[in-house]
Design a protein around this ligand. Sequence first.
Ligand code: ATP
Ligand code: MG
Length: 137
Amino acid sequence: IERTLSIIKPDATRRNLTGKINAKFEEAGLRIVAQKRIQLTKEQAGAFYAVHKERPFYDELCEFMASAPVVVQVLEGEGAIARNREVMGATNPADAAPGTIRAEFADSVGENSVHGSDAPETAAEEIAFFFSGLEIV
Ligand code: ATP
Ligand code: MG
């Protein structure tokens, strides 16, 4: 059974959408096996998104991720990584399929409501960034 790291981003926590987004995950058969609401510093956001360091939007992305609390969570299920990315929809909400989280809730490619790991290796790294094994049940 697979696990993936999900983040409900500041644009969504600000608009009180945590429950509606979690309902989408649960309807898709993903179990929330760990979850906490935290306030990232810009430095912590930068460390999490280190792979994007050379991208032009890196600084803006780190500012945004530290601009309000986020909800970090571990989702578990059959093919959880791909299933979660399906439920999230395309990075740019304008391209996201109807019914997906980004189509329904996100406003822009930068402030796109959710993050989800993109492969088994990154999922393991990203889960370990936020959670200890004892916190995942
Ligand atoms: P995520 O990794 O958050 O699940 P993703 O894999 O669909 O999203 P990436 O290409 O990995 O997208 O980009 C990571 C994040 O950087 C995006 O979710 C978005 O918040 C931000 N981002 C991506 N492209 C842009 C852009 N052109 N302008 C501003 N921000 C962007
Ligand atoms: Mg990505």
